[in-house]
Design a protein around this ligand. Structure first.
Ligand code: SAM
Ligand code: SF4
Length: 332
């Protein structure tokens, strides 16, 4: 029997779900959160069982890839058991996670053993003082320990994510590339997105385009265009000096990737977001709580929600908040 496929109103196949398992985090990155955050009360967030039910419904509807994110997914109690259950869903191709790395020193091996396939780890600076400034609470040594633990546990194709901000960490771009090469990792450079109001810097002033990042890298390395694709917003290049590491660019400002968008996001409140840059959403938590034990109701709500997916987002380069939720609510 042919596998089911979810399609949106523009006939785009949707087979990738990003699941936020918590809005909480042990860091307060300057581009992601306010210093003083109020997190959601327990009864408003999905239980682990409900998160599993959403994953199960999406996989039954043809989803092939799920990424667990947050907030910091590894601060949610029970995350390893959840990974184990989701990874075992028949038909799921790949279970991945985006993490800040702080808990990987102790959790990398249990996560790998639970069936998690791939990790993205955020790293914006290799200078402990600057790392602390950018994350407000983070400890660089703990994250590097986490990255090394992920390699030792057997994770392959781990990717570092770096948000580049002019005047804050742009001068570290090539050191971060060298760090990735030395450890056999890929690295993606991300343009900051206008999600949530932040106070510490002007997003317009700190804007550093992917084109500028490439110019910086070209000062030390030879960039070769690559045809590698993940169907997502990353565009990849390789380096003549280190052919095993891929260099990705996520450019929500300078490159619109909506035409091939295959993904939707679930917030930990159970709100299905159809687009990162728009507010269109469907409330799956209410459906699950109104119809417990009736997965077909949840599946119908997901199928119907696909019609809400907008054609594209359009981020403007200024300091106005264009989407009120913070990235930790959105699920990276
Ligand atoms: N806590 C995990 C982490 O930091 O990797 C997962 C969640 S975090 C929201 C996912 C990714 O979103 C991180 O790589 C982070 O750097 C990025 N991010 C957060 N806020 C952003 C923003 N305003 N613009 C661009 N990327 C952002
Ligand atoms: Fe936490 Fe990730 Fe947001 Fe940083 S980017 S505050 S690590 S959720």
């Amino acid at each position: 029997m042919a596998r089911p496929v979810l399609r949106d109103g523009f006939d785009r196949k949707v087979d990738y779900l990003r699941l936020s398992v918590t809005d909480r985090c042990d860091f307060r990155c300057v581009y992601c959160m306010a210093e003083d955050m109020t997190f959601l009360p327990r009864q408003q967030i999905l239980s682990l069982e409900e998160i599993y039910q959403v994953a199960e419904a999406f996989v039954a509807l043809g989803t092939r890839k799920i990424r667990l994110t947050g907030g910091e997914p590894l601060v949610r109690q029970g995350i390893v058991g959840l990974c184990q259950r989701i990874a075992a869903l028949p038909g799921l191709h790949e279970l991945c996670m985006t993490s800040n790395g702080s808990q990987l020193g102790k959790l990398a091996q249990p996560l790998f053993d639970a069936g998690l396939k791939r990790l993205n780890i955020s790293l914006d600076s290799l200078d402990p003082t600057r790392f602390r400034e950018l994350t407000r609470t983070g400890d660089l040594a703990g994250v590097i320990k986490g990255i090394d633990a992920a390699n030792a546990a057997g994770f392959a194709h781990t990717k570092l994510n770096c948000v580049v901000m002019k005047g804050r960490n742009d001068h570290e771009i090539n050191d971060l590339v060298s760090f990735a090469i030395d450890r056999g990792l890929d690295i993606s450079f991300i343009e900051e997105m206008p999600l949530g109001a932040i106070a510490e810097h002007s997003r317009a002033d700190a804007f550093y385009s992917s084109e500028q990042v490439r110019e910086r890298i070209a000062e030390r390395f030879t960039l070769l265009p690559s045809t590698d694709s993940t169907q997502g917003p990353s565009r990849y290049w390789r380096l003549a000096e280190a052919p095993d590491s891929r260099i990705g660019f996520i450019s929500p400002h300078s490159h619109n990737f909506c035409a091939t968008c295959n993904r939707v996001r679930l917030t930990v409140e159970g709100r299905l977001l159809l687009c990162l840059g728009n507010e269109h959403s469907a409330d799956l938590k209410s459906v699950m709580r109104r119809y417990p034990g009736q997965p077909q109701k949840l599946e119908k709500a997901i199928i119907d929600a696909m019609q809400l997916k907008p054609w594209r987002h359009d981020f403007q380069l200024n300091d106005e908040v264009q989407v009120v939720r913070f990235m930790n609510m959105t699920g990276g």
